[in-house]
Design a protein. Structure first.
Ligand code: FES
Ligand code: FES
Lengths: 816, 166
């Protein structure tokens, strides 16, 4: 189906592509940003939660009597108080084999992870609410804590009674003749990769402020969220509010990275409590709560196996992805997306592999639910694919560049085994450019000399292709039936200035600037004449969320269409005023002129004035609206690509790995603002270095999280963050506005693989290969002694049996 | 020894961004609470309240201090500067300009802390080396930028300020 809203009118580039400084910055640099906790509503109360101290337990008694008597406490709710208002939040992902689960707003009867909200307290101040929480008695009977996903996925003790088999999703598929590939393979390599449990940890924690006005039956909800329109829908679906009576407001947001692309129980409770108490109520979590309960991410056990011919060309790939899903599906992302995406979307990557087979599973455990964090599923899949590629290269004595060049897709369009078409890309060129950037021969020389001096350098590379701009086209390509819905509103005033409203809000990505660049070019007016409201209220344009590297592509697509509708109005009236044909009208630099006769011109502001106030200048039958809301979407998937190379140095005395330099290649088509693109790359890559070397959420044997502060959960600081060299390639999309592609996730998608490959290159003289992240000093010290805790992959016969696949000869060979 | 209860109030005499005043603060409040809630100076952010992330950094008698770990009462007799004090009239300071020029902020939540730590650095060491910048700012966390542009901005600002001072 080719809907009109798949269309992208052409744009003459002027501001697009420029390194325009951000219009957001002056406000944020002077302390004038208004983030959630900077907003107060007269008479507001403050909320705080009693959270589960146990990983798994039956609630015997909750004693709130002492707390209720504390002066300044206005409400204490347990699950019994809200049951009739909300039955919890059910979530299910639409991939094959996903089973629904319901997350209660407050734990009912049973607690299922440490940090789960159990009791809500509302008081005059956060301090009093915290005091009251301390006075609440919670009697629990211990239940067995289910903590090992590889055990729980096979059954046994149950983590959450709603899924008695502990399975959150289980599915499989096969494309191309995988058996033939493995049966005829000259080489088979396989490994089990385990990226650790991490948290997105945006600098601003989660929070919301609900203000219910009973006199008008209106609800305002300020929330630090990436999907404010979805939050509004949930106010209806889960709580029964009329959407028309709700406004969800997105203040300045201190980072999201996927964590704020969920709807949390706390955010549903504040509107209910505000309605009940007839007072505004604010909830802002602290860092401990954020690390305990704000959603965890990326931890998977990924088995990957390549069949290759004698030259090293990969002929088939098998993948098994198992995510440690935690206790519930976190709505709407669910634990299922992570492993499904790894298995179904990432295994072939940029490589011309004709056959793929996969099994994906999510294990329910008594841990904080798994959620979204930049590069959901892509990160773990890219890690497995790119690191096994290095294993194959090592086995065949080929450089990491050569083994990739041998296998990379040579020409476009390319159709992967699943039938997904990749229209264009610079996949081979990325590998070549990376090799040139690192000056590979010079690096090898330096590495050899360093080794003689007892210094251990390593080079790691990783190349990726990423779904750019999550769209309806992307979902359809994967056989899913949902669609996305996004709009923008563009309005030109009678004096020619322009207001753009996007449905996609920003958590730091700079939409205010980039969307103004796009609108300026569509309309031929100055950047300064445009004011952008980037999704600050659901009263404006609609948006499916700032997720999946989509905002740049989707929002600019919507802005292009809405601005183009105004452009057509301007062109019609300008043609009439200049007595020329519409086809000859050029809009540029604030002027409408006639092509080939530039002296024949009128300012765009005058044309706008005429449209509003002077009927005599209109062509016959002209309709004067100057405000348009338009949707944009794509019917085809779209992909950006690139790669990273990293040079690391391993200190043999301490086991500490230092990243010396990062080289990044990014091809996201036409860039709206290269400075912002580079900011996204650096930020994402450093998050990847965090995941690769430092960050790790650790549960003890009883299921207590032992990493509940930034002292224990170590995100990278300046002293461990490397300098970058970034190179851009430009393969424009044929379907987006001006050829742009999304890229917000690419840094974190591909950096951890480059880290692990570099670490393993540095470890080569010790004869060890790591398969697990983060590569902490402890792990490196052991690896240097030849001690690597390597767990073998589960045999395919067992995986197939679990997934209900006909058993057959696997053709796998055991690897060293 | 007297104990304080959660409702105790304490009177202090404090200078904030050049204005000296007597204020009554909650004994249990941190300086960050006081600045944000009582003074409505919300430019100072709270990223952890554990003394780790540096988002809440302010200057107290010229020294960078974590306002989440400092009690409001400790402000007594001190001179405090916050991010709201950095710009000059309606124009950005050279340090703020440099942050903008180098794209040293994305979400902006960490930015006030970085600006205050960098201000302390540049006031005590007007021409820091790259290593000195890294040393001074490694106690401030940023989750968005990857830091390289922040280093560049501080080095650039030090040059601009040096040039301006001839
Ligand atoms: S909020 Fe004070 S150091 Fe993090
Ligand atoms: S700019 Fe977002 S945390 Fe630094």
């Amino acid at each position: 189906m080719d809907n009109p809203h798949f269309n992208s009118p052409p744009i003459t580039r002027n501001m697009i592509g420029k390194r325009v400084p951000r219009s957001e910055d002056a406000k944020l640099l002077t302390g004038r940003g208004r983030y959630l906790n900077d907003i107060d509503v007269e008479g507001q109360l403050h909320a705080c939660f009693v959270r589960s101290p146990a990983a798994h337990g039956r609630i015997l008694k909750i004693d709130t009597s002492v707390a209720s008597a504390l002066p300044g406490v206005h409400l204490i709710w347990t699950s019994a108080d809200i049951e009739s208002q909300c039955a919890g939040m059910e979530a299910q992902f639409s991939a094959d084999g996903c089973l629904p689960m319901t997350m209660p707003l407050l734990a009912k009867d049973v607690v299922r992870y440490v940090g789960e909200p159990v009791v809500l307290v509302v008081a005059d101040s956060r301090a009093v609410a915290e005091d009251a929480c301390d006075l609440i008695g919670l009697d629990l009977e211990d239940l067995e804590a289910v903590l090992d996903p590889r055990a729980s996925i096979q059954g046994g003790p149950v983590a959450n009674g709603e899924r008695p088999d502990n399975v959150g999703i289980r599915g499989h598929a096969s494309f191309g003749d995988v058996d033939e590939a493995f049966n005829n393979a000259a080489h088979v390599v396989s490994a089990l990769y385990h990226p650790g449990r991490v948290a997105a940890a945006p600098m601003e924690t989660r929070g919301c402020l609900a203000d219910y006005d009973w006199a008008q039956d209106r609800l305002k909800l300020w929330v630090s969220a990436q999907m404010p329109h979805y939050v509004k829908l949930c106010l209806n679906l889960y709580l029964g509010f009329d959407e028309s009576r709700c406004e969800v407001i997105s203040p300045d947001t201190g980072g999201g990275f996927g964590q704020k692309a969920h709807v949390f129980p706390e955010e549903m409770l504040m509107p209910l409590a505000s309605k009940h108490l007839r007072s505004p109520i604010k909830w802002v979590e602290d860092r401990r709560e954020n690390l305990l309960a704000g959603s965890h991410a990326h931890e998977q056990f990924v088995t990957i196996e390549y069949a290759a011919n004698a030259d090293g060309r990969i002929t088939g790939v098998r993948t098994h992805a198992l995510v440690d899903g935690g206790a519930y599906h976190m709505p709407p992302q669910t634990m299922a997306v992570e492993s499904w995406c790894t298995a179904a979307v990432t295994p072939t990557g940029v490589y011309d592999i004709p056959a793929t087979e996969y099994v994906y599973e999510a294990a329910v455990t008594n841990k904080c639910p798994m959620g979204a964090y930049r590069g959901v599923g892509y990160m773990a899949g890219t890690l497995a694919r790119e690191c096994l590629m290095d294993d194959l290269g090592r086995k065949l004595n080929m450089s990491p560049f050569d083994i990739r060049r041998l296998n990379v897709v040579p020409e476009f369009p390319w159709t992967n085994p699943q039938g997904i078409v990749f229209d264009e890309g610079s996949w081979l060129e990325t590998i070549n450019v990376l090799e040139e950037m690192v000056d590979y021969p010079a690096f090898l020389k330096r590495q050899a000399e360093a080794r003689k001096a007892g210094k251990y350098l390593g080079l790691g590379i990783s190349v990726f292709v990423e779904s750019s701009g999550e769209s309806t086209g992307m979902l359809k390509a994967h056989g899913m039936h949902e669609i996305y819905h996004d709009t923008a509103t563009v309005k030109m005033d009678s004096s020619g200035s322009v207001t753009v409203t996007s449905g996609l809000n920003s958590q730091g990505q700079g939409h205010e600037t980039t969307l103004a660049q796009v609108a300026a070019d569509v309309l031929g007016v100055s950047f300064e004449s445009i004011v952008v409201d980037a999704g600050t209220s659901t009263k404006g344009a609609y948006g499916s969320g700032t997720v999946g590297s989509r905002a740049g592509v989707i929002a600019s697509g919507c802005v292009n269409r809405a601005a183009y509708a105004i452009r057509e109005k301007l062109v019609a009236v300008a043609a009439n005023m200049l007595e020329s044909s519409e086809d000859d009208i050029v809009l540029e630099n604030g002027m409408a002129s006639v092509a080939g006769a530039p002296e024949s011109q009128v300012s765009i502001a005058d044309v706008a004035m005429a449209i509003y106030w002077d009927e005599s200048l209109w062509p016959v039958g002209f309709e004067p609206e100057m405000e348009f809301t338009k949707a944009w979407d794509t019917s085809r998937p779209m992909f950006s690509n690139g790669g990273h190379a990293m040079i690391v140095e391993l200190d043999p005395a301490t086991g500490f790995v230092n990243v010396e330099q990062v080289f990044s290649v990014e091809d996201c088509g036409v860039m709206i603002n290269p400075t912002i693109v580079e900011g996204q790359i650096r930020g994402g890559v450093v998050q990847g270095i965090g995941l690769g070397l430092f960050e790790q959420l650790v549960y003890d044997k009883d299921g207590n999280l032992s990493t509940t502060s930034f002292l224990d959960y170590q995100t990278p600081t300046m002293d461990v963050s490397p300098p970058f060299e970034i190179r851009h390639l430009e393969t424009p999309s044929k379907i987006s506005a001006s050829g742009v592609k999304g890229m917000g996730e690419s840094g974190l998608i591909a950096a951890p693989a480059a880290v692990l490959n570099a670490v393993n290159d540095a470890l080569a003289p010790f004869g060890s290969v790591l398969y697990e992240l983060p590569a902490t000093p402890e792990k490196m010290m052991r690896a240097m002694q030849g001690l690597v805790d390597l767990e073998g992959p589960e045999p395919w016969s067992k995986l197939w049996e679990r997934a209900g696949v006909e058993p057959r000869e696997s053709g796998s060979m055991e690897t060293a | 020894m007297t104990s304080t209860s959660s409702s105790d109030r304490i009177e202090i005499d404090v200078e904030i961004n050049g204005r000296r005043r007597a204020v009554v603060v909650n004994a249990r409040d941190t300086l960050a609470d006081h600045l944000r809630n009582d003074q409505k100076l919300t430019g100072t952010k709270l990223g952890c309240e554990q003394g780790v992330c540096g988002a809440c950094t302010i200057l107290m008698d010229g020294a960078a201090v974590r306002s989440c770990l400092t009690l409001a009462a400790q402000g007594d007799g001190r001179s405090i500067r916050t991010v709201e004090d950095l710009s000059e009239g309606s124009s950005l300071s050279p340090l703020q300009e440099a942050f903008k020029k180098h794209h040293a902020l994305q979400c902006g939540f960490c930015t006030a802390g970085f600006l205050m730590s960098a201000t302390e650095l540049l006031e005590s060491n007007p021409s820091p080396t790259r290593d000195e910048v890294v040393e001074a700012l490694s106690g401030n966390f940023c989750r968005c930028t990857g830091y390289q542009t922040i280093v560049a901005a501080v080095l650039d600002a030090s040059e601009q300020i040096g040039n301006a001072n001839g």
